[in-house]
Design a protein around this ligand. Structure first.
Ligand SMILES: *Cc1c(COP(=O)(O)O)cnc(C)c1O
Length: 360
């Protein structure tokens, strides 16, 4: 099999050791062995997320828990702060579930500002807001610390954060920021295969959910929480046992072998390197102040064929990502998350420069 090394924003390249853990022999999910595994993983995730909130694991990709969040905790009306395709998806999820919701969509390439959040929350119309931490379609990383200051003024408004493409690659201090529900997926900055997602859930979010009648079943947040908290690290249906073994192993590496600060610094440094390369040969798509530290979205200022470039890269064993949706061919994206090192990016750029005959 000729494997292509992935520089796409999920699924990412998975480390050999993590892949091998996916092949661990099964255990029963009602056993104490399982509960110990789930507890161990949850505690490590609390460290990674800087939170004491309980952690829900889901045998779905991240979209499932985005659905859980908006459906189970909107009593009045939700405001979706969108900065791109994944923000828009959160609004579609609300509509599909009959959850009353409005959307504010920032100009693509820009972020959600405190002023915008203030403008909507001050109307008193909303009791839930969603924010995309890292918008994978545009390469925008929102300044959640600034947004948190606004949310602090409106304690009756819950805020849910989509950290699918950043958690594990950027510091998100859930408790300090007061984030009520923070969601991520396994296949992005955590560096696992797709098929597992997780979320931290605040006490406030739990209390809100108790007032919501129709929470669905598979993504009923209260049922999921009941199994985590009262039944002590259980899961209502069958969990993804393989992913959980792999995550337990991967989190040890993240927390102990590399260390959180070093990991975040590595992502920052690689992102700066990718941005400087992009500016030398093309241009950044997002405003630089919002440029993401896990994925860089590059404007195709040379009008190259991104599709052809990717075809040629494939022959050499690499893969990058075309622009998302309407940004296809107008932009392309290079992800630098999970375990990628600067040398991996240098190698990739060497090939791109050769293929496109770039100099300098
Ligand atoms: C990938 C992604 C999603 C969707 O996650 P899945 O795990 O594919 O369901 C949502 N939001 C963002 C920002 C993403 O990058």
């Amino acid at each position: 099999m000729n494997h292509k090394k992935l520089f796409i924003p999920g699924p990412v390249e998975v480390d050999e050791g993590v892949l091998r853990k996916m092949a661990t022999p099964m255990i029963g999910h009602r056993s104490s062995e399982w509960s110990e595994l789930q507890q161990r993983v949850s505690e490590k995730l609390q460290t990674l997320m800087y939170t004491r909130n309980p952690i829900i694991l889901s045998a779905s990709s991240g979209t499932g828990l985005l659905e859980m969040a908006i459906r189970c905790t909107t009593a009045k009306r939700a405001i979706v702060f969108s900065v791109g395709a994944f923000g828009n998806r959160w609004h579609e999820i609300a509509e599909g579930n009959g959850v009353p919701a409005d959307k504010h969509e920032a100009e693509w390439g820009s972020g959600t500002t405190p002023e915008i959040v203030e403008r909507y929350l001050s109307t008193g119309k909303y009791d839930l807001a969603t924010v995309t931490h890292n918008e994978t379609s545009t390469g925008v990383m929102n300044h959640v610390e600034e947004l948190a200051e606004v949310f602090r003024k409106y304690p009756d408004v819950l805020w849910c954060v989509d950290a699918v493409s950043s958690l594990g690659g950027a510091k998100i201090e859930v408790d300090k920021l007061g984030i009520d529900i923070c969601v991520t997926s396994s296949q992005k900055a955590l560096g696992l295969p797709p098929g597992l997602s997780l979320a931290s859930v605040s006490e406030k979010a739990k209390q809100r959910a108790q007032r919501i009648d129709k929470r669905g079943y598979y993504f009923d947040m209260l049922l999921l929480l009941q199994y985590v908290v009262e039944r002590k690290f259980q899961y209502p249906s069958t969990p993804s046992i393989s992913h959980t073994f792999a995550l337990d192993f991967a989190l040890d590496r993240i927390l102990n072998q590399e260390g959180l600060e070093a990991r975040f610094a590595r992502h920052r440094e690689i992102a700066e390197y990718v941005r400087s390369w992009a500016k030398r040969h093309f241009a950044l798509f997002p405003k630089e102040e919002y440029a993401s530290n896990t994925v860089t979205c590059i404007s195709n200022t040379r009008q190259i064929s991104v599709k052809d470039l990717n075809g040629k890269l494939a022959e050499r064993g690499f893969m990058i990502s075309n622009g998302y949706g309407a940004l296809k061919e107008k932009t392309f994206r290079i992800a630098h998350m999970a375990e990628l090192q600067r040398t991996d990016l240098e190698e990739l750029f060497g090939h791109i420069e050769e293929i496109l005959e770039l100099t300098g």
